[in-house]
Design a protein around this ligand. Structure first.
Ligand SMILES: Cc1ncc(COP(=O)(O)O)c(C=O)c1O
Length: 381
């Protein structure tokens, strides 16, 4: 099979002329940061998902850090999360002094397994951070039920799932706080960017403080000097710029179209690959509508004369940018140094050994999709 002329990445943004015009308009406006575009982006995302409040951050990791702060996570608190995620999810817990507890994943959805969450609850448990891996919402009804029974806060990592639905409800309305990321490979992009949506006014206020140095002038009386402001918490500069926000506002207009295209590509992959015995295609649960941020297959290595590394390398040689998402977080050297040991989540570890991410993004052409399918069939034949 012939090598593609250009490298097909696993994910990529789609920037329109309108997006570019909107960023230029902001560049020409008085505000590059702390201007009106931030609030506009927040309002649009809140409205889209059906949440009361939204707070934009410089990136999704900062947003998660903000959510952990707002939830009051601190030293001695245990936070249950999944190992099959980007390290930022559990890193946010560490930033606040909390301890991430990794609960194993469900064999079918690859999302955190509610039964495993229950097993890991102790008197120190403060919160749960489920991740909507690949864009498929975690089992949020069960998770919220467990949280209610045990008085826990739920922060949903929806970095992959803006626009996805769970039992007819949009991600962003299911947890106490939900994080979205606007990194270029994500459902829509603001270059870098993140947001927390919530229905809680209390969290909203804390998130705003945290994003901007912990400084406020909201509660000052008229007796105060006019320039006076107060730093009341140890916050950060995690602000999004108006340039990012104007790109985000413009991109959001095409979110539904982007997701539709992702769903079409996922359907083609599943139809074309499900009869190959060495491949297990991802399962889409009946009551969820995934945003298909990633298309992650499992290779049945027992049926192949090749290793996963061979399959990966041969596809890369064809210029097909397959990837692997994710190495179980606690297997990273930093986490190993903290004392997490291999073997902690056997389902996740077995899953990881067999995982392969295929390219999926709205701008892919039919030829791009065909190249991936033909390449895989050729290598596995
Ligand atoms: C599951 C998950 N959580 C958190 C993040 C962090 O988001 P960001 O890259 O916007 O900081 C990412 C992004 O890569 C992610 O995939």
């Amino acid at each position: 099979m012939e090598r593609r002329n250009n490298f097909l990445s696993y994910g990529q943004q789609w920037i329109s002329d309108e997006d570019i015009e909107q960023v230029i308009l902001t560049l020409k406006s008085p505000f590059l940061t702390q201007g009106p575009k931030i609030k506009e982006f927040e309002d649009r995302v809140a409205e889209y998902v059906g949440a009361k409040y939204a707070v934009a951050f410089s990136n999704g990791t900062a947003a998660l850090h903000g959510a952990c702060f707002a939830a009051g996570i601190g030293t001695g608190d245990e936070i249950i999360t999944t190992p099959i995620t980007f390290a930022a999810t559990s890193n946010a817990v560490l930033y606040c002094g909390g301890t991430p507890i990794f609960a194993d994943i469900d064999e079918e959805t690859y999302n955190i397994d509610a039964k495993e969450i229950k097993k890991n609850i102790t008197p120190k448990t403060k919160a749960i951070i489920p991740v909507d891996f690949t864009g498929q919402p975690a089992d949020m009804d069960q998770i919220m039920e467990i949280a209610k029974e045990n008085n826990l806060i739920v922060i949903e990592d929806g970095a992959h799932s803006l626009g996805a639905t769970y039992k007819g409800r949009k991600v962003g309305t299911l947890a106490d706080m939900t994080m979205f990321s606007f990194h270029p490979v994500k459902p829509v992009t603001s270059a870098e960017g993140g947001m927390i949506v919530t229905d809680s006014y209390e969290y909203y206020e804390k998130l705003k403080l945290f994003r901007s140095h912990g400084i406020t002038n909201d509660h000052l009386t008229s007796d105060e000097e006019p320039w006076y402001y107060e730093m009341v918490e140890l916050g950060y500069n995690y602000r999004m710029t108006d340039l990012q926000a104007s790109l985000g506002v413009s991109q959001l207009k095409r979110l539904d179209f982007f997701i539709e295209r992702r769903r079409e590509i996922a359907e083609i992959y599943t139809n074309q690959l499900r009869n190959i015995s060495a491949i297990t295609c991802p399962t889409q649960l009946e009551d969820t509508d995934s945003g298909w941020h990633l298309y992650s297959i499992q290779l049945d290595l027992g049926k192949l004369r090749l290793s996963r590394r061979d399959v990966f390398n041969q596809l890369r040689k064809l210029n097909i940018g397959v990837h692997v998402h994710y190495i179980p977080v606690y297997q990273h050297p930093y986490y190993q140094k903290l004392g997490y040991e291999k073997g902690l989540c056997p389902v996740a570890e077995k899953w990881y050994e067999r995982a392969l991410t295929l390219p999926i993004f709205p701008k892919m052409t039919q030829k791009d999709v065909d190249d991936v399918i033909t390449g895989l069939k050729y290598i596995l034949s």
